[in-house]
Design a protein around this ligand. Sequence first.
Ligand code: GLC
Length: 630
Amino acid sequence: MVQYRKIILGDPLETEAVVEQPEAEQWEEAGGLPGFLLGREKKILRYRMRDSQLVYGLGETVRGINKRGWKYISDCSDETNHTEDRNSLYAAQNFLLIFDEQGAQALFVDTPGRVIFDIGFTHAASLEITLDELDAAFYYAEGSDPLELIREFRRIIGPSYLPPKWAFGYGQSRWGYKNEQDIRRVVEGYEKAGIPLDMVYLDIDYMDHFKDFTVDSEAFPDLPGFVREMKEKGIHLIPIIDAGVKIEEGYPVYEEGVKEGYFCKKEDGEEFRTAVWPGLVHFPDVLNDKAREWFGNQYRTLLDMGIDGFWNDMNEPTLFYTEEHLEEVFRRLEELRGQEMDIWKFFEFGDLTGSISSRAEDYRTFYHDFRGRKVRHDKVHNLYGYYMTRAAAEAFRRLAPDREILLFSRSSYVGMHRYGGVWTGDNKSWWSHLLLNLQQLPALNMCGFLYSGADTGGFGSDCTEDLMMRWVELSMFTPLFRNHAALGTRVQELYRFEELAPDFANLIRLRHALIPYLYEQFVRAREQNDLLFTPLALAYPSDRRVRTVEDQLLLGDALMIAPVYIQNAVGRYVYLPEPMTLCRFRSVTDYDRLELPAGDHYIDLALNEVAIFVRPGHTLEVTGDTISIR
Ligand code: GLC
């Protein structure tokens, strides 16, 4: 049995990431963390990595499954470019697993401020963890089996969120569905093409002027009636909720929040003002118990209309600008006006307007009332999305204890996995993001996030029909399966790709046929603190070949998946660490089977074909429309 030790530096804030708390030891008494040196400046932990060690974890980040060779910064960010040169995305999931044949070590750095994980970026063999604050709790364990370290970590952070079973269906979303008619048209498009549809997501357009917990009454004159109409078709409507509350006289959420003092405040005690979609907003202080309860209660408006699912957004929290900074920018622009625009001024000009959002300086200007302490936002920044989502989940337990509610969030911290799932934010319609989607899944699982998935087809930029098909061939295995796209991009509802619509219908039916297995494995992974998606290097520790396989994953205990993620490819190489049965599906009933020995194989996979590999000792049987996997 492995056990986590809790070793603390200074006086850390209690984040409630971990629920099964080991006895805490002070760094000095504990003799520090085995293998880690505390740097002279006392904010850096150094660890020397052996060449043979792989480093996994960190949840939702850029790059591959093995995190070696880059610098990752836990600093929840509204980052719309998930390119490999970025350091931060929306999440802060500070769990690392370091392992090779000689053994494994696991470390969770529990501190709600910024943390830099330099994993062989500055020096190839050196892992350096730099903290903004000296106050942090480290949860550390070692053992021979890395999977056991993951299981024990998951046990101490508590059980993952369990969504309603219907949330394993297929959902359509798009920023820009303006009204009931738009949504009816989408539903009709799916019906006509014979493609099953289980959820339609409502983006900010459903709200009255982007005000949380309101509905635009012209666009949706009778939302409860519309919810019923859709439910009769088996479709759940899932609205978005944003972090910022619009500043507007007469808007009850704003007025009540101000009256009760539930919004984040500046040093001088005035409410902090910033801008997001609705224009000027306040941020509810979800870190404060009372304010969190109050904000959670607001979801009632929509619950009462029959809504049974939500996605929480912009909760890093994103700020577009503050009025103070905007003033400075205008002042400086005025100064520049009329001056000769040399190249440096030209650069400054671009920077002035191009970097006004979510500035570190602005995050230092407001405060939370957290566990009785006044805490500056930047010191607890990474907790905001977690506590916003917790606000909702706690409210659902109070307000609708008998209902199962779908809930997921953009920003997250370990601990939030008990309250909701995550989607991986504003990716792009790029082939590289299809692979990134696959690589993020096991890392998310390690940190407790089982209900997760990416914007299928890509959020930004234009999706092509072949990218959508290949992406569906991955997302059909992810618990959250949602097609979502940004305003202004090419339409990408599956029925829009007319020639391929029958194939899409087959694939979504195939997903439906796989739900019993997916759900059963999800529940098992949740109960046994296992991964749903396992990298091959963890499952076959004695096979050196699999250490670099980053485009195949085990799914549950019976299957392996290996999607195609290269445009124009008509197949791909797959490495089998053990003999497996390949089932190549074109639809639930149209498939072929091939027994393959261990080793390298080139597998032909036409655009409409999905490969499912069945591991030895397991079976996959198709009877009529059902697939049973044992
Ligand atoms: C954010 C979300 C995206 C949503 C958009 C408008 O960019 O990540 O999913 O569509 O806001 O609400």
